[in-house]
Design a protein around this ligand. Sequence first.
Ligand code: UD1
Ligand code: MG
Length: 465
Amino acid sequence: MEFQSVILAAGKGTRMNSERPKVLHEVLGRPMIGHAVRAALNAGAERVVSVVGYGRRDVESWLDSHEASERIAFAVQDDQLGTGHAVWAAESYLHDGPEYTLITYGDVPLIKGETLEAFVQTVHDSGRPLGVMTARVDDPSGYGRILRRDDGDVFGIVEETDTNPQQAEIDEINAGLYVARTDFLLEALPQIIDGSPDNAQDEYYLTDLVEIAAGDPEGGVFGFPVDNPADIKGVNTRADLAEATSMLRRRINRRWMDEGVTIVDPTTTFIEPGVELGQDVVLQPGVHLRGETEIGDGTLVEDGSVIRDSTIGADVHVKPHCVVEESSVDSKTSLGPSAHLRPGADIGSNCKVGNFVEVKKARLDDGVKAGHLAYIGDAHLGARTNVGAGTITCNYDGQDKHLTETGEDVFIGSNASLVAPVHIDDGAYVGAGSTITEDVPSKALAVARGRQRNIEGWADEQDEE
Ligand code: UD1
Ligand code: MG
């Protein structure tokens, strides 16, 4: 069955009290509009039409960078006159679109693709022109309430601001997700936006579709109750945003625990949706795994470490408070505590990158050790090279970056400065405190520092004066 999805994302989101359009506020590292688009595409929508308005350049530019951007189109709603008016902004896409249209809101980020898929199919099979997703919730405040007849059929939705006291008590709410026959939309929407709106918010409500479909003897509305009300959480305020984040965090953490990951404290562990974890990974409290991060079997990530867009191998030990960004680390290596891998750090297996070591755009071959207080940038260190405490690659001459290279089994004494471009060949040694400006041949010892001079009896001479 073919359908397209229209996602409403034109509103400012006044209740967010923000300069940023509401749908660009993030839930676990991804803007809400990104969650909504992903769910629609996962459900099988051929095309997603995003209705944009407030802050549209920003919303469009985020969507243009989406991996499926060729399936995303834009409809502009210049004045945000309400959700019914917003869908009408996509009129031209309705005319040339498939038989069914799924309408979702950009501020409902937790909905799952599989739920949308079942929703579309069920409404299609019911033969009714309109389906609306509903949920029974403990606290219905802020949502539109579902009105049902005695026979159970849905006949209307009343917005909270328009409810009478009895209606306010209704705990079945409108999730903000609809499936409609496209020809029905083309017929019903003009009726909604005709004339001036008649409600407390002075807006053209999409929810009026329900009354129109219910009033048609050939029509009728299919009310589709969702199993888990947490999935249709709508975000209107910053408090809602925090709540949605913790709901998604719980859902993701639960999934990884079921798949064999130990999460010592799920309330403080944040795993974004694009992350992949191996079996027997252990995450200590306060760990943040972001973007497209992958972690191999048996790896331990200790307290407070933050890893983004990186690939970590199996049996790696990430000690507390490491920051790893756009880097890769092979198996059995140990990082930290407090190591910083910046973009382009490529660490081999059985390496040690210890306390306060910063690595950027550098390859460390297997078995390299840099235990303490070092900066390794724009470098390639051969296998088993030992980097002494305080070693610095001087990679920048004020204009360009240059490469530092070592062969295999090189030993660099503490507090050396390696002024790039420079090459230190296999098995060579660099004396502690040296400033190395020239290449060092294989197996040589390079010493480049002032020679020590001891002045005998110097202290006694001072006393005599
Ligand atoms: C809406 C529903 C309510 C439902 C709730 C679910 C209506 C009238 N009310 O209320 O029944 O329970 O969602 O979360 O539909 N938007 C536009 N253009 C506009 C207005 C809104 O694109 O002119 C977009 C917003 O960007 C937002 C979405 O539509 O993504 C919903 O708008 P919002 O103002 O949040 O509606 P609610 O008050 O939450
Ligand atoms: Mg809303």
